[in-house]
Design a protein. Structure first.
Length: 286
């Protein structure tokens, strides 16, 4: 955990050093801060410290499809998220998902269908970035997890009874002349079944990402992320230690977000080869 906390501290220090040097005299803003695949304002996996405005609602739907050669399977997740701004600088996100799992190389292999966990996440932007301020924004993230299916032989998620995550997110958006760059990072301590000594699993999640518009009106954006899961003992089709590079494109306006990306997974679990994941995400604000 300590090395990932150091990872986040380094990101914050870079923000503090670079923002004063690169801030433009005329503020340039991102067109939209849409939700990520977890339902929180972010990229695809990295969480931004920013939140929705009070009373604003954003609904998101995504498809995440992983193709693995060893072991041979295709796992497709269909998450649905609903996020609302509940107060100034805070938001609440509800996430549920559905999985299709196909094992083996033949087209006749039956597809297993499983319900994923239900997750409720609260994010509080307790240190927010004032307009023109060089300081990065920082948020607290708290997540409660309840599994829908508790049969340990068929679970795709790792929580048997319940789970939780707690962490921090930091970020800043740096403007320079006619350009803007978003730098974000988060670190979370996750636990499945923390009150059950036999089933307890505690591990770390860390993400960092860059976002930069590549069109004149900043509505076409490119992003790249680095993702880490470390220390996870319970191995499921969804879980296990890995590091990953995620990249893609995002098209946004003030309400709509369409994001397409690819994640290259380097797995650190015996018997699992590296794999890739294709992600599509659509969200709209109301």
């Amino acid at each position: 955990m300590k090395k990932y906390l150091f990872f986040l501290i380094i990101i914050i220090e870079i923000l503090l050093l670079t923002v004063p040097a690169m801030s433009a005299t005329e503020d340039i803003e991102m067109v939209n801060h849409p939700v990520n695949s977890w339902g929180l304002t972010g990229l695809l996996f990295t969480t931004m410290p920013y939140t929705l405005d009070p009373g604003q609602v954003e609904v998101g739907a995504a498809v995440l499809s992983e193709n693995s050669v060893l072991p041979d399977y295709t796992l497709t997740e269909y998450p649905l998220t609903v996020t609302t701004g509940i107060a100034p600088h805070s938001e609440l996100a509800l996430r549920c998902s559905y999985f299709n799992l196909k094992e083996g190389p033949t087209v006749t292999t039956p597809i297993q269908r499983r319900a994923g966990n239900i997750q409720l996440t609260y994010k509080w932007n307790f240190l927010y970035q004032e307009e023109g301020s060089p300081n990065p924004a920082i948020s607290l993230i708290l997540t409660g997890i309840v599994p829908v299916e508790t049969d340990s032989d068929t679970r795709i998620n790792d929580a048997h009874y319940w789970g939780m995550r707690v962490g921090l997110s930091a970020g800043s958006e740096i403007s320079w002349k006619e350009h803007i760059l978003g730098i974000y990072g988060d670190i979370q301590l996750a636990s499945s079944d923390p009150t059950n000594k036999r089933l307890r699993d505690i591990y770390e999640i860390a993400n960092a990402g860059l976002l930069f518009p590549i069109s004149k009106y900043r509505n076409l954006q490119m992003f790249i992320e680095y993702n880490i899961v470390h220390g996870q003992d319970n191995i499921t089709f969804e879980g296990g230690d890995y590091s990953a590079i995620t990249y893609g494109l995002r098209v946004v306006n003030e309400r709509l977000n369409v994001t397409l990306g690819t994640q290259l997974l380097r797995k650190k679990v015996e018997g699992y080869d590296n794999s890739d994941k294709v992600i599509g995400l659509l969200s709209i604000k109301f």
